[in-house]
Write a protein that binds this ligand. Sequence first.
Ligand code: SF4
Length: 420
Amino acid sequence: MLGVTRLLCGTATPGDALRYGRQTSQMPAHLLHYSQDKKPIVVWNFTRRCNLRCMHCYADSRDQDYEGELTTQEGLALIDDLASFGVPTLLFSGGEPLMRPDLWELAAHARGRGIRTVLSTNGVLIDAAAAAKIQERGFSYVGVSIDGIGERHDRIRGKQGAFDEAIRGIRHCRQAGIRVGLRFTIHKLNSDQLGDIFRLMEDEDIPRLCVYHLAYAGRGNRMQRTDLEPAETRRVVDMIFEAAKDFHARGIEKDILTVDNHTDNPYLYLTLLRDDPARAEEVRQMLEWNGGNQSGIAIACIDNLGHVHPDQFSWHYSFGNVRDRKFGDIWTDRSDPVMDILKDRYDRLKGRCGGCRFKPMCNGNLRVRAERYWGDWLAPDPGCYLTDEEIGVAGTPWQNYEPPADAEVLDNLTAPRCTD
Ligand code: SF4
């Protein structure tokens, strides 16, 4: 996660993180990316059931029962376990978390154990009563998914009227005094609406926007052909940077972030080197503290059945189940080969990522995207949009990557999308 506004506009500085000793337990939420001890934020998909049918849903959720989901009692015990391990933030996700009635009990328990709680929702079910409960249970943030304006959102989300209902949900949150923001997953089917999303933020007085790059997981795995080409991604990221600067220049407080393409980190650094070199060095420091992709390190996912994954896009790979072992034991067990790679990938990355001069601030980007694309957790990430010259591998053997002979390379793609 890259805090574009804070880094580009200088509203966060290294001193802010140092003031808290860069310790997870001391730091406010917006500085957690710069912690030294990297305690994991946990995404808990505590139900897989959903009232919508979104095209890119990484959980491949439907409106049906899923057998074997963690019970309320198991959920309460899990929260105790996470609190003991020092997990700072628990993100209730789904499916649609508001479809499970024990959300309120579990969320209150997490707050009682000192864990910050976040709700990730499609917003459709947030009426005034639900907003009041969200507020009472102490959620520190509600992220509502919006994938376009009006009909565009409805088409991507699989339900007519979903946009209006989500906007109503956002208004209820704001009226209840809850901090609410938008989550916008960008691809070819909606990238032309990004400007409208910035306008929506302004019109509805929404303080925060997270722009998610597409991850190839669940139904999103079938959308690879609708992912942006590198040059398109670059244009979109330029637009995001410009919007952040424009809000800031006009004195309008908005927090804009990007998620799941950590190439954005070096790209922001390169942009500052060009436009504001005096600030580039301190931002480089913060980006290296941020450390780029944190799957298997400072981001974890627990699915509805209790399986622990490197992140929410890696449900095809489990490190173990919280019904069998404590979360902390699973998370620190490097006998698992993928956990070992994710915890210590720096000198093992291959191809462009292996030779890249920006590894300290990108960390090889989203490993599961490389794995889904090449069949190799150490392969270069096809989502990278920097050129070989920019990353310093032009004319070196790092330019080339050969997948292992036994890798299960996806057959619907034939060439890497790394070059501009
Ligand atoms: S080459 Fe790999 S490590 Fe370097 S910026 Fe691109 S994705 Fe990140």
